[in-house]
Ligand binder design. Structure first.
Ligand code: CO
Length: 139
């Protein structure tokens, strides 16, 4: 992929209960949540907590067939994906596909106005990898 990787955008943790998870991360660890957002088309609710130069993303299901439901059913809460910030997720995805890399999801609107794609865990050694490009005003 020629598209530059600019940093770790976030580490996502799937949780069955967003309020309980927020209580731990905010009250016990003192990390302040900066943004909570529902993404009904993906069946999820996310909370973003900035830590140093990156963020923790808590992801909880809004319904039984949400994007994280199968993961939660299979193994309970835990680290769900790693997100890298890339300069241009559409160009990056096209380049990866040209290299024969298997994608789990093509570029689509994500949380916080970002555009995101997912590389399949089979291609990365077992980690679901998100590629994320922030909206123009936040680059
Ligand atoms: Co994410």
């Amino acid at each position: 992929m020629k598209t530059p990787v600019e940093g770790v955008d976030h580490i996502a943790i799937a949780t069955p209960n967003l309020d309980e998870s927020l209580a731990f991360w905010e009250r016990a660890l003192g990390i302040r949540c900066e943004h909570v957002e529902e993404l009904p088309e993906r069946g999820i609710k996310v909370a973003m907590l900035p830590v140093g130069g990156t963020r923790i993303e808590l992801v909880a299901p809004l319904r039984a067939d949400s994007e994280v439901s199968a993961f939660l059913d299979k193994r309970g809460g835990g680290i769900h994906h790693l997100a890298l910030r890339v300069a241009d997720v559409d160009a990056g995805t096209a380049e990866l596909k040209a290299e024969g890399v298997r994608m789990a999801q093509d570029p689509a609107p994500g949380a916080h106005g970002c555009r995101v794609a997912f590389v399949h865990p089979k291609a990365t050694g077992g980690v679901l990898l998100e590629l994320s490009t922030p909206p123009v005003g936040r680059r």
